[in-house]
Design a protein around this ligand. Structure first.
Ligand code: ATP
Ligand code: MG
Length: 202
């Protein structure tokens, strides 16, 4: 007996990359997720290196129901609850940050878990739109190799749209993509010392 190969629901599914040093990569991926979800496509965002459970998008997708899921694999914040309520602004303590070139075993372990979920999601077409948020950062910080990132993207079945985000996108993923957008920073309020804002940056 032939088993049917898993497939997504998009008629013409592609690979998209949002990269560059300007703001808007994750925001664009979330906007796309909302659009797809509105038409009944199943959306799954897998976030590498992010445990920012206080973000507005986490709360928003919970309200949307099961058609739009976000899974996080990163260090959380000890102030998450107050941050979510807007009672406390990030003071830049850096505890949720991985130090470049010095990832800790727990960071590698979480990236592996994200990888495993991404592999399963793609292989089984468990979502129609799969967003691997900050996968480029996971590569850049030495948590996963370029070869493994490319191998993951190559698993994409028919009908599954794949979105990859993050600064420093590995060249092989740019090669594989059909759509590549670079968010170029012209200005960022961070330069004026304005920190991440509730409801805007998170
Ligand atoms: P966003 O999540 O707001 O769409 P992003 O995904 O494009 O941003 P990341 O590289 O993931 O940006 O950066 C994470 C955080 O850093 C976000 O809060 C974002 O607003 C902020 N950020 C983005 N670009 C810059 C920049 N050029 N300088 C400083 N901070 C930035
Ligand atoms: Mg981002």
């Amino acid at each position: 007996m032939m088993t049917e190969k898993a497939a997504g629901k998009f008629k013409q599914a592609l690979i998209q990359v949002y990269t560059g040093d300007g703001k808007g990569k994750t925001t664009a991926a979330l906007g796309l997720g909302m659009r797809a979800s509105g038409h009944g496509y199943r959306v799954r965002m897998i976030q590498f290196m992010k445990g920012t459970s206080y973000t507005g998008e986490m709360a928003a997708v919970r309200r949307l129901g099961e058609g739009f899921e976000i899974f996080q694999f990163g260090r959380d914040c000890k102030y998450a609850e107050s941050m979510a309520k807007g009672e406390f602004d990030c003071d830049g303590c850096g505890e949720c940050f991985v130090i470049p070139g010095r990832p800790e075993p727990r960071d590698i372990a979480m990236a592996e878990q994200a990888y495993e979920l991404a592999r399963r999601t793609l292989e089984g077409a468990e979502a129609d739109l799969v967003i691997l948020d900050e996968i480029a950062n996971a590569f850049f910080f030495g948590l996963i190799s370029e070869e493994r990132c490319a191998a993951l993207a190559a698993l994409r079945p028919q009908g599954v749209e794949l979105v990859l985000t993050g600064r420093n996108m590995p060249p092989s993923l740019i090669d594989m993509a059909d759509l590549v957008t670079e968010m170029k920073m012209i200005k960022h309020p961070f330069e004026k010392g304005i920190k991440a804002r509730h409801g805007i940056e998170y």
